[in-house]
Design a binder for this molecule. Sequence first.
Ligand SMILES: *[C@@H]1O[C@H](CO)[C@@H](O)[C@H](O)[C@H]1NC(C)=O
Length: 120
Amino acid sequence: MTSPATAILLAATLIGVVSAATRPPDPPECVPEPNQNLQILHRDKFTVLMNGFSESRIPLLQSLAATYSLSPIVSSVLVLWGNPATSPRVLHRLAHNLTLSSSSSAPISLLLQPSTMLDI
Ligand SMILES: *[C@@H]1O[C@H](CO)[C@@H](O)[C@H](O)[C@H]1NC(C)=O
């Protein structure tokens, strides 16, 4: 039998990269500068990194980010947006929605990637 924590970790690993990190000081109100939330590491919790690209999959991305954010072993969720063609209006709305959905759990941040490459 798989525990919920194990299932979350497994899912996070399948989606992207899980690394030890900390809770950023405050959830951002709008799109943060790259690396703003990548400064401090935690020993006992995880930061979930998720890659996003397709606007049609934003509802799924939001739902998964909100689920990770509710886990007691997750300190923050970083959504790395890799589609430079997405309009600022959609990105602002997405950042706002992510902030709202993490209001009583681990913060979710949207980090814009300068290119479609998967490196950060
Ligand atoms: C933000 O949330 C609103 C209300 O749920 C939804 O209609 C809209 O599609 C969402 N937009 C983005 C970009 O997430």
